[in-house]
Design a protein around this ligand. Structure first.
Ligand code: UD1
Ligand code: MG
Length: 449
């Protein structure tokens, strides 16, 4: 049966004390709202609708760059979670099957839990995701009778007896699309907060003879972010899990607590990640690669046998083939390095293709930017680039060609050629010592005077 997602992301998140909408704050280097979008992908949804409000344009931009098929609807005034869901009704008017409602500020819902939620629809019309809270605090309470969920009561409206319930509402709900929007349309705002509570649909459903049930997940999955402290705690929880997962997958780390992962980092088994490595978004490292200490990688792919760092920086579009070497204080951006290529020291390689087994000497720079446009550098296989060569792009250095150290290469170098683009050396016998003696004498005279 098909399913659609509705993601609520209109709230301001005033407790973040930020000009940025809450759902755009990064967790594991990815905006919060994308975490639940990515988890929801496990359900293979026909439609994804994101309800935005505060910072609508910014949130829309992030949502659409993740999934251009997503629909973004605006809830101009945040009148409550039921009102938010109602905003998605038109966007889903043609959809069949179920709707799953997720919160944009609740990033840890697992795929497994979402599948369990869907499966429970076989026995209930409305399924709510609940958790047993160690400290139920201000969460909505689930009032049950046997297997049946009778209603949800918000903390503000609950009696002392209801507040004693530890089974809480995560906010995630699943129901048939038509029934959900029908129920949501009946919700009023006669409550302590004068809000339209999505949670009220449970009692409304029961009153109409529909069944409601609970699927329970670990509390850790329902963690919602409201403050910077909660965001930091969520980051710590994410990193702890990611490190443990990497170790279980066969990644070697001497100091896992110093390694920072992104939400989508992929690392193969028998790779070595040395201390203080930071993975930004979009990195994959194949098994058997080594990332040495203090390296920073984002949007990069590292193949088997490659060694990166220490102190290397791989930026988006860095594509390293097998057995490539990228050494200390080297930056690679939007560049492919073919098998066995070496850039070992103090270099910038941007907008370039580097052939197999080419060797770029210390201090090689691709001068890719003229102040307005970016230009490409191509280096053929087996080429040898002398130390401190400036490659002024666009430029092509052929296969097995060489450049002399300190050259400024402004025109193409054919295969097998040697290019020297520097002033010829002029040596004056004895002049070095004579000059030094003269300077020392001048200094001595100055000290005396
Ligand atoms: C909600 C639940 C509560 C549950 C808790 C779990 C209701 C009435 N209450 O309470 O039972 O225990 O979540 O965290 O649903 N939002 C909108 N538009 C609105 C209001 C909210 O988009 O008009 C979004 C928020 O941005 C947020 C989510 O919906 O992502 C939840 O809203 P929030 O105000 O945090 O609800 P809670 O009071 O925490
Ligand atoms: Mg909340």
């Amino acid at each position: 049966m098909s399913v659609s997602l509705v993601i609520l992301a209109a709230g301001q998140g005033s407790r973040m004390q930020s000009d940025m909408p809450k759902v755009l704050h990064p967790l594991a280097q990815v905006p919060l709202v994308l975490h639940c979008m990515r988890a929801g992908r496990a359900l293979d949804p026909d439609h994804v609708v994101v309800v935005v409000g505060h910072g609508a344009d910014q949130v829309e931009h992030v949502v659409l760059s993740e999934d251009e098929r997503a629909k973004v609807v605006v809830q101009a005034q945040q009148l409550g979670t039921a009102h938010a869901v109602a905003q998605a009704a038109d966007a889903l008017s043609g959809a069949s099957g179920d709707v799953v409602v997720l919160y944009g500020d609740t990033p840890f819902i697992s795929e497994q839990t979402l599948h369990a939620l869907r499966a429970a629809r076989a026995t209930h019309d409305v399924v709510v995701l609940g958790f047993t809270a160690a400290d139920p605090a201000r969460y909505g309470r689930l009032v049950t009778a046997g297997d049946t969920l009778e209603r949800i009561v918000e903390f503000k409206d609950a009696t002392d007896e209801e507040r004693a319930i530890t089974l809480c509402n995560s906010g995630v709900i699943c129901a048939d699309r038509a029934q959900l929007f029908d129920l949501v349309a009946q919700v009023g705002n006669d409550n302590a907060a004068s809000e339209y509570y999505l949670t009220d649909i449970v009692a409304l459903a029961r009153a109409q003879g529909l069944s409601a049930g609970v699927v329970i997940c670990p509390q850790s999955e329902t963690l919602g972010i409201n403050t910077r402290a909660e965001l930091a705690a969520a980051e710590a929880a994410f990193q702890a899990r990611a490190r443990m997962q990497a170790l279980e997958n066969g990644v070697a780390m001497q100091a896992p607590d110093t390694v920072i992962f992104a939400q989508d980092t992929v690392i193969g088994c028998d790779s070595i990640i040395e201390p203080y490595v930071v993975f930004g978004p979009g990195v994959s490292v194949e098994g058997g690669a080594t990332i040495r200490a203090f390296s920073h990688l984002e949007g990069a792919h590292v193949s088997r046998g490659a060694v990166v760092g220490p102190y290397a920086r791989l930026r988006p579009g860095a594509e390293l083939a097998e057995d490539v070497r990228v050494g200390n204080f080297v930056e690679i951006k939007n560049a492919t390095l073919d098998e066995g290529a070496k850039v070992n020291h103090l270099s910038y390689v941007g907008d370039a293709d580097i052939g197999a087994r080419a060797n770029l000497g210390a201090g090689t720079v691709t001068c890719n930017y003229d102040g307005v446009f970016k230009h490409h550098t191509t280096i053929g296989e087996g080429a040898f680039i002398g130390s401190s060569t400036m490659l002024v792009a666009p430029v092509v250095v052929g296969a097995h060609a060489m450049t002399g150290s300190g050259s400024v290469i402004t025109s193409d170098v054919p295969d097998g050629a040697l290019a020297l683009g520097r002033a010829r050396q002029d040596t004056k016998p004895g002049l070095g010592k004579r000059l030094m003696d003269k300077l020392r004498a001048a200094k001595a005279a100055r000290v005396k005077g």
